[in-house]
Write a protein that binds this ligand. Sequence first.
Ligand code: SF4
Ligand code: SF4
Length: 68
Amino acid sequence: MATIKIERDKCKGCVLCVDVCPYGLICQEKAINDQGYQYVVLEDPDGRCTGCTLCAVVCPDICIEVFK
Ligand code: SF4
Ligand code: SF4
C-alpha cells in the first residue's frame, strides 16, 4: 500500500495536485496554513493511493513525498 505526506505549511493551495490525482484523493481544506493558503490533504480512507507520484511531480513547491 502506498501513501503520500503533504507538508501543510509549504502548500500554496494551487490545487494542481488535486486535479492530477487519478483517484481524486487530494482535497483542499477550508482552513488556512501558516502562509495564509488553503492547504490540501490526502483523503484516502480505502487505501486507493497507488504511489504513482503524479501529485509529487506536479507540485511546484515540492510539498509532497510519496511512500510505497
Ligand atoms: S501518488 Fe498518485 S494516487 Fe497517490 S495521491 Fe498522488 S496522484 Fe493520487
Ligand atoms: S500542488 Fe503543491 S502547492 Fe499546489 S496544492 Fe498541491 S501540495 Fe499545495
